[in-house]
Design a protein around this ligand. Structure first.
Ligand SMILES: [Zn+2]
Length: 72
C-alpha cells in the first residue's frame, strides 16, 4: 500500500482502528475496532485488505482476515 493518502496526498498515515459500516440494500453491518490506516490530515481511512464483505451475505463471519473474490 502507498504511504501517501490517495485522497489529499498527505504523506503520513497512522495505524489505528475504526468502526467499519457497510450498507447493502436494507442490511447494515457494523464491525468495531477494524484495523486501518488513517490520514493525519483529512481523516480518510484505508483498510489493509484483511477486511472483506461478501456480496451475497454480509455478516461478521465474512471478516476476520478472509478475502473474497472481489478484493483479491
Ligand atoms: Zn488525506
Amino acid at each position: 500500500m502507498s504511504s501517501n493518502c490517495q485522497f489529499c496526498g498527505h504523506a503520513h498515515l497512522t495505524p489505528t482502528t475504526t468502526r467499519y459500516i457497510h450498507q447493502q440494500s436494507d442490511a447494515l453491518l457494523i464491525v468495531e475496532e477494524v484495523p486501518c490506516l488513517r490520514c493525519d490530515y483529512c481523516g480518510e481511512e484505508y483498510f489493509d485488505g484483511s477486511l472483506c464483505v461478501s456480496d451475497s451475505s454480509p455478516k461478521p463471519g465474512n471478516f476476520a482476515g478472509t478475502k473474497c473474490n472481489a478484493c483479491i
